[in-house]
Design a protein around this ligand. Sequence first.
Ligand code: SF4
Length: 344
Amino acid sequence: MPPKIGFPMTLTYFMHFPLWKIFFTELGFEFVTSQPTNKLILNNGIKEAVTDACIPIKLFHGHVMALKSKVDYIFIPRMVNIDKEKHITFCPKFLGLPDMIRASISNLPPILEISLDKKNKGKLFLYKACRLLGRQLGKPFNKVLKAYLKAVKFQKKFENFLVSKKITPIEAFDYLFKDKNRVNNTKYNRKQTDREINKATSLENNLNIAVVGYPYQIYDSYISADIINFLKKNNVRVWTMEMVPYSILKRYSNRLSKKLFWHFSNKVVWASYHYIDQPYIDGLIHVSAFGCGPDAMVGKLVELECKYRNFPFLNITVDEHTGDAGIKTRIEAFIDMLRYRRTA
Ligand code: SF4
């Protein structure tokens, strides 16, 4: 039996799962994730994390608890900077995540920790991080190099897939990992992207709503009250920030006189500006996390832009006490208002 490496199904899972899955599998490990968030994971997270942590960080603790007795290692990357701009980092909670977990949870298996830090390690930061992981795990250089190249290629395919097919990371994981033949031909293709948009927006009575927020917030169906599927069941086409090519997002970076300090916050603001500009989008929902410092600013920036442009906007803030019913009622009212607005 190959040794097991556990990866919590939250935070960077929604953006980097394909990369790490391929890398560690190619190195000969079994790469396993925790289960999707459930009540037990949430309760364990609340119990183990410091009380003033935001809900995603509490959840991360719960996912580590779910893995700790089942794996030989737990993989916790320290996310520092992956942007071209050196001042843009991940929020301080990401920066200190491995330390926070070590300090809060006892009897853990060894933590595999690397820093993804383009600012200090240069363009080859990911390669350097993978080499370090290979060394920690006692793997030969050529095997690590091969695994790294294959993983990076697959990650690129995954990212292109989101953009050209206009699907969520969860749908892409399903598509890419359950049927390997479908992995071919996933290059980003402008014409294909336009076709997808035309197809999605031509359906009559189909509302188009952009749902923006941190991926670990909106794609975690338990903590987000399954907003995305709820909208789909109500005949709404959902658009998220991962579906927008980075080159387009970047065009919106100049709207603010200064970029924000945090990686995800910038992407949420730029994606919101992009969707507000699209004639086929009927409204925008911002999902924010209770206890998130950066979100206090992000939410306000998005709300102000919507007000200024007279664009329908709904903010949903979720925490560990938020009930599904309240969120769903507000979303239903928002959908009704958008449908009425179309016919008025
Ligand atoms: S950005 Fe906000 S929600 Fe995300 S980890 Fe930091 S404080 Fe928590």
